[in-house]
Each structure stands twice: as structure tokens, then as C-alpha cells.
Write a protein that binds this ligand. Structure first.
Ligand code: BGC
Length: 763
């Protein structure tokens, strides 16, 4: 943004609003009185009448707007607090984006905050925000209630901090397991990803905060993200990546959908007529607005006509150039009105006009408890040989090794980074891993002492004093092995830091941590590994350790949740929302496209400049619809751990499969055959008739059930008709093909004890 524009904006929204008009803006963002909408409706603002529907109200308001006011609503004001030295208007609440409102019409400012895994930029203004477990962890719970809770924490804290729009809700498919942003996404499967992120966005919006779903679409890797051209057939897109977005969007009706940096079949995602208008707005009936990722707008007329409604963060294309284009008739006024309508109706529909946020104090305990609850259901037990877990009172000497487990837990980086309590003043630094003070070691010690006081050791009179927890940072392998050898049990914490703006070149754990695990496992036969990773990793040592737990990036309740799970205080394990390959050679893309030692994460030849306009193709037609577990099934590859897999401290048996007429639902009996209460995640898959050309099973439903020891329950899982259909490019619509459908049910994509075949008619 130029200095001239800066001055103009600052005059219009900064100093100019100190008179009558200021009241409404101040009311929206602070504890001052909100606009009295009933009174306002009577006093010549009929759009403030809550009895009218949001579309009518928006239209009434838009009729009063000048061209300049309309243009003001369709772009941000620049990088604001994100860039040192950039202009920050006084009403800016200190988030990633700001759009000034129109006080004379009672329209509040839009204050947008990044909030993929909790509210970002807290430290910028001395605030606190809860760090939730990573979104991939939330999806590992396969529990829609946890998705909703996750979003509610974000919505609650945004509101408490004075923000009225969330930027988060990542639902890009995990096609590329080395993608640096996988921790912000949910799954390789569109039904699981869409359902969980849809719940998340509903949770956000339940707090009268605008929700958002991103990054639309095919932003499935970070390498070269500003320029790469994702190539994919329309049928594949509809049945994979677009399906995840569709499910989430139609569940939650989010206010915003953020278009991504990359190109999709040639056109940039933010000026792509097919994805923005033909699919999102027309096929799916999306009523909200499309906002660009930060500097992902590349044109004025093309983008406006293709369906982009708001440029962020500045006004390079949608400021003066858009005004000119409207005046010249290159962009019809009706299209500008449509952009504005979408923004204003979303603000009204989500309550930010009638019930603006009132700042209050974030409750860190409530946040921590919610984060812990979600994490307990997100942890995945991958291996538990000879019942090494749960730890018992005999395991009183424990070596805790690596992962800074004496201090806390790792978090993901980039725009999803939440600032740690007591962290760097002013905020976290891009590119630097941040640990949160929730020490697994401290809580393991607490659990060990509690158990020792009440368990067998108590009768010996030794109790908690017998507990000895030692820590080794894991940097010197010989020293770590020595520490491990002295303990009954060794727990190794391994980490893989992930961030926006980077992909991992391989699936191996960085920093020689594979060798660390090997060294510890050699020294102590009772070794348990806890992984804090942003996605799948390879584990060459998996056969040599007794226990493996995937904790993802565990959030502020992580230390407590990990300790509670390892000690069996909870038995609420999740299951994998992604396949863990045995090695990269099994993947459709053995290397991340464009990522070489020469190019680095910007994917540019010559290690170049991120602005260099050089595009390369990422060919997603290689795997097409066979994303994740589907690829492994078709290629007859055995992964290290399959999609949907996860153990528990108890066991479950499946029986009695029944399919309702027309396959509208399936029911079956799940029995807890073990000795403890626990949760099972039951998964339902369908394989379509051969004429579909899709020779793999697809997830069509799931249910999470809690069962006491010995308890049985009949579980009914509805199957949405869409999930049994294929997309016909010819007809530009979905259809169910006639023929034999195989339905399978069980506790993992690779272990499905119930199976039946049904004949279904065309639909
Ligand atoms: C990210 C978005 C984020 C935006 C604003 C971009 O770099 O891709 O996810 O919302 O920045 O911080």
C-alpha cells in the first residue's frame, strides 16, 4: 500500500471518526454500549430491525452506501501489526486483518485474527490465548463433539479479545504427508476432514464470531505455494479436495472462505472462475464471502469477475483500481454490490452487528481443561507390546529422554503460531520453534507419585519416595543410553517441528532422533516413544521399542493429557486420520514436487527470491482419487500404520451388520471384550461397483462410542447419499451408479471384520 493511500485510510478511519460516528465503532470493539439495534431501526436505520432476515437487512443497508464505502469494505488496510513499521489504525485490534466499518450505518469494523489452533498474536498486545492441540490431533478424535469444542474455545477467546472474525478452519486434504501445514489440517480423507472442520467452524460461529474455512483449494504443499500450478481432473477434485470443503461449508455456513496462493489448473485460486463461482457459489450455494490469502490476489477485473469478494491484506487490486473498473463498467456495479452483500449479510447473520464482542478476560484454566480434554481423545496408541502401557506402580524409576519434556510441549509454526505464556515479548518469531510450558515429565512424576502412594509400593512404606524420574536432553546418545539403562522404563520424546512456508524433505525424524531412539531401546528393553509431530513420520526403530504414542503438537494441556494416558487415568485414545507410510518410496510422489536442495521451500530454481514469478506443475493426477489409504490399497502396499488405526487399553468385537434399505444407514453391535472401560471408533467403508472405476474403499461414516468393560451397544451410522455417489463431469453433477456396493465395518481401514454386499439402483 502506498503512502498516499495510507494517509487516505488513516484520515477516513483513524482521525475522522472522533465525532458522532465513532460511537458505533467503539461500541463494537470495547466494553462500551453496543448499537441499540431496535432503537436504531426506529431512528431511520431499518436494517437494524432484527425481525428482518440478514439478506433483506444487508440490502437495505447497501442502498445507503456510497461507492467509496462499498470499496472500503472489500479490502484490508495493509499488513498492519504483521509487519513491523506498517500502518496500524487505532481501531485495529491487533490481528492479521482489519477492515474498517461504516459507523454512520452502524456497521462495525471487521477485526480478523489468525486462529488455526488458538488465537494468534496474543503477545503483540499483552494478551493470553489457549494453545489447542493441532487440528490433525482434533481430527484423530473422530469425535464431532471435540471438533465443536475446539472451535468454541477459539470463538470464545476471539470474542473475549475483541475480535469478530476467525481465520482458520484449514481443510486442505493431507495429500502430501511432508506438507509443513498438515498440523493445521485434518485428514487425508474428505469425509473425516470435512466433518471435523465443519464442526470446528460451527463451534467458532456459535460465539457470534465470523468463521472461515481455508485454503481454497489444492494448497496441499508449501513448496512453491505462491506459484505452483496444481493440476487435477474435475472429477477427482470434486470427489477429493473439493468434497472436504463442501462438507465443512455446507455444515457450518462459514462467513468466509479463503482462497489460496497456488494456481488450480492454470488459474490462480483467487481468480478461478470454476472453483470460486461455478462450484463454491453456484453448485454449493455458498452465501458468505471469498477473501484472498494474504497477497494471493493477482488482478482486479479477472479476480472480481471470477468470484473474489475481498482482497487481503491491502488494496492493491480491490482499492482504487476496483473503483475505476466499476466506473469504467469493466466490473458491473451489481458484482460489487454482491461482494458487499456477502460481507454485510454474513456479519448480520452471525450476530456481529447485533451482538458485537465485548472484551473480557480469557480464562486460562477453562482453556487448558478444554485443550487437555481434546488432547486425551487425540492421542493415538500405535504400539503396546506386552502391555507396557499403562505404566504401573512398579515402574517407579523412569528415564524421560529428549523433546524438552522437562519443560513442555512443541507447537506448530507460521501463522498458526500461538504465543506461549511468558514467551517472547511482542510475539513469537517466524521460523523459531516454540515450546509451551506443559511439562510431560512433571505430570508423569505427579501420576507416578500418586500411584506409588496408593499402590503396592505404599505397603512397603516407600510410597512416593520410591519414585525416581530422571531427565536427559537426548543430545548425547551415550549419555542418554546410560540414563535409560538405570531406569525401569525409558520414555523418549521425539519431535518434528512443522510450519507454514516449509515442507519436510523426508518423513524421517530430524536431528538424529532415530539414532537416539535406537540407542535408548538398546539400553532399556522397556522403551516407550512419544511422538510430537505435525504429521506422519517413519519409524525405522518401531520393532525395537515396546510402546509408541502419537501426541501430535499436544497443546497447553498436553503434558497432563500425555501423563494421564500413559498412566491409564483415561482410556479415550484416538485413531490415525492419515496413513503412516513405511517409507517415501511407497508414496505417489516419492519427493515433494519442486523441493530439492537447490530450490528449497520456495520451489524456485536457484534458491531464488520468493517473488520470482516462476510456476511449476504439481501433478495430482498421479494419484488422482487414490489419496492416502486408497493409494496403499490399490498399490497393495503395507504402510507402517494404516489410516483409521489406533489401539486402546481394552479390546472391541464387532458383529451383526445390518444395512437399511437403500443403504441410508448401517447398524452393528460393538462389544467391549476387555477388562476396562474405553472408547472405540467404528469406521464404515464402501466400495463402489466396478463401473465406477474406483477400486478402493472410501470412508462413508464413523461413530465414537464409550463402552464399559463387557458392555455391548448397537451402533447406527447414517450414510449420506452423496458419499455413495461419483461425480459425472459430463453431467456436471453427482450420481449413484447402479450395481453391487460392498459395505465394511471395523476399527481400522485395514481391519474390517464386518462385510456385506448390497445392490443399489441408480440415483
Ligand atoms: C497464511 C494464511 C494466514 C495469513 C494471515 C498467510 O501467510 O497462508 O493462512 O491466514 O497469512 O496471517
Amino acid at each position: 500500500m502506498s503512502m498516499r493511500l495510507l494517509a487516505r485510510v488513516s484520515l477516513a478511519i483513524g482521525c475522522g471518526l472522533t465525532g458522532m460516528g465513532w460511537v458505533a465503532v467503539g461500541a463494537a470493539q470495547s466494553a462500551a454500549k453496543p448499537v441499540r439495534t431496535e432503537a436504531a431501526a426506529k431512528a431511520g436505520m431499518p436494517w437494524m430491525n432484527r425481525a428482518l432476515d440478514p439478506d433483506t437487512r444487508a440490502d437495505l443497508m447497501i442502498r445507503q452506501m456510497t461507492l467509496d464505502e462499498k470499496i472500503q469494505l472489500v479490502h484490508g488496510i495493509g499488513w498492519g501489526p504483521l509487519r513491523p513499521g506498517a500502518y496500524v489504525p487505532p481501531e485495529d485490534n491487533g490481528g492479521a486483518g482489519f477492515v474498517p466499518g461504516i459507523p454512520r450505518l452502524g456497521l462495525p469494523n471487521l477485526n480478523l485474527a489468525d486462529s488455526a489452533v488458538g488465537v494468534r498474536m496474543g503477545a503483540w498486545d499483552s494478551r493470553y490465548a489457549t494453545l489447542l492441540p493441532s487440528a490433525i490431533g482434533m481430527a484423530s478424535s473422530w469425535d464431532p463433539g471435540m471438533g465443536f469444542l475446539y472451535g468454541s474455545v477459539i470463538g470464545r477467546e476471539l470474542r473475549q479479545q475483541g475480535f469478530n472474525m476467525s481465520i482458520g478452519g484449514g481443510v486442505d486434504l493431507i495429500r502430501e504427508p511432508r506438507n509443513g501445514r498438515n498440523f493445521e489440517y485434518a485428514s487425508e480423507d474428505p469425509v473425516l476432514a470435512g466433518t471435523m472442520v465443519g464442526e470446528l467452524a460451527m463451534g467458532v460461529q456459535s460465539n457470534h464470531v465470523l468463521g472461515d474455512i481455508k485454503h481454497y483449494v489444492l494448497n496441499d504443499q508449501e513448496t512453491g505455494r505462491n506459484t505452483f500450478n496444481a493440476v487435477m481432473s474435475r472429477r477427482t477434485m470434486q470427489e477429493t479436495d473439493l468434497l472436504a470443503f463442501r462438507i465443512a461449508i455446507q455444515m457450518a455456513h462459514p462467513a468466509g472462505v479463503m482462497c489460496s496462493y497456488n494456481r488450480v489448473n492454470g488459474d490462480f485460486a483467487c481468480e478461478n472462475q470454476y472453483t470460486l463461482t461455478d462450484v463454491l457459489k453456484k453448485q454449493w450455494g455458498f452465501q458468505g464471502f471469498v477473501l484472498s490469502d494474504w497477497e494471493a490476489t493477482h488482478s482486479t477485473v479477472k479476480a472480481a469477475l471470477a468470484g473474489l469478494d475481498m482482497e487481503q491484506p491491502g488494496d492493491q487490486y480491490f482499492g482504487a483500481p476496483l473503483k475505476q473498473a466499476v466506473q469504467d463498467g469493466k466490473v458491473p456495479m451489481a458484482r460489487l454490490d454482491d461482494m458487499v452483500h456477502r460481507i454485510v449479510r454474513s456479519m448480520i447473520a452471525n450476530g456481529v452487528v447485533d451482538d458485537p464482542p465485548v472484551r473480557s478476560v480469557v480464562d486460562p484454566f477453562q482453556g487448558r481443561d478444554d485443550a487437555k480434554k481434546i488432547e486425551e481423545r487425540s492421542l493415538v496408541l500405535l504400539k503396546n507390546e506386552s502391555g507396557i502401557l499403562p505404566l504401573n506402580s512398579e515402574d517407579a524409576t523412569i528415564a524421560v529422554i529428549g523433546g524438552r519434556a522437562d519443560f513442555g510441549v512443541l507447537s506448530g509454526g507460521g501463522s498458526a503460531q500461538v504465543d506461549a505464556p511468558g514467551g517472547r515479548p511482542g510475539g513469537s518469531q517466524w521460523g523459531t520453534p516454540v515450546y509451551f510450558p506443559s511439562s510431560p515429565m512433571r505430570y508423569l512424576a505427579q501420576q507416578a507419585e500418586r500411584l506409588a502412594d496408593c499402590g503396592a509400593l505404599a505397603s512397603t512404606g516407600r510410597g512416593a519416595s520410591a519414585v525416581k524420574i530422571s531427565f536427559d536432553p537426548g543430545t548425547d546418545l551415550a549419555q542418554a543410553a546410560l540414563t535409560a539403562a538405570r531406569a525401569k522404563v525409558a520414555i523418549v520424546f521425539v519431535t518434528q517441528w512443522m510450519s507454514e512456508g516449509m515442507d519436510r524433505p523426508t518423513l524421517s525424524l530430524p536431528d538424529n532422533q532415530d539414532a537416539l531412539v535406537e540407542a535408548v531401546a538398546r539400553a532399556n528393553p522397556n522403551t516407550v516413544v512419544v511422538l510430537e509431530t505435525g504429521g506422519p513420520v517413519t519409524m525405522p526403530w518401531s520393532g525395537k521399542v515396546k510402546g509408541i504414542v502419537e501426541a501430535w503438537f499436544p497443546g497447553i494441556g498436553g503434558g497432563q493429557a500425555i501423563a494421564a494416558a500413559l498412566y491409564g487415568r483415561v482410556n479415550a485414545w484416538g485413531k490415525l486420520p492419515v496413513t503412516f507410510p513405511a517409507n517415501e518410496a511407497q508414496l505417489p510422489h516419492p519427493q515433494v514436487t519442486g523441493l530439492t536442495p537447490e530450490t528449497g521451500n520456495n520451489g524456485m530454481n536457484g534458491g531464488g527470491h520468493s517473488q520470482e514469478a516462476k510456476s511449476f506443475t504439481v501433478d495430482y493426477n498421479v494419484e488422482g482419487m487414490e489419496v492416502g489409504y486408497k493409494w496403499f490399497q490399490v498399490k497393495h502396499e503395507t504402510p507402517l500404520y494404516p489410516f483409521g488405526f489406533g489401539l486402546s487399553y481394552t479390546r472391541f468385537a464387532y458383529s451383526g451388520l445390518n444395512v437399511a434399505p437403500g443403504a441410508g444407514s448401517v447398524s452393528f453391535v460393538v462389544k467391549n471384550t476387555g477388562a476396562r472401560a474405553g472408547d472405540e471408533i467404528a469406521e464404515v467403508y464402501a466400495t463402489l461397483p466396478g463401473s465406477s472405476g474406483e477400486p478402493f474403499r472410501r470412508l462413508v461414516g464413523f461413530a465414537r462410542v464409550s463402552l464399559k468393560a463387557g458392555e455391548s451397544q448397537t451402533v447406527t451410522v447414517p450414510i449420506r447419499p452423496l458419499y455413495l455417489k461419483v461425480f459425472s463431469t459430463e453431467k456436471n453433477s453427482w450420481e449413484r451408479l447402479p450395481g453391487a456396493y460392498t459395505l465394511e465395518v471395523g476399527g481400522s481401514s485395514a481391519d474390517l471384520p464386518l462385510r456385506t454386499e448390497v445392490q443399489l439402483a441408480a440415483q
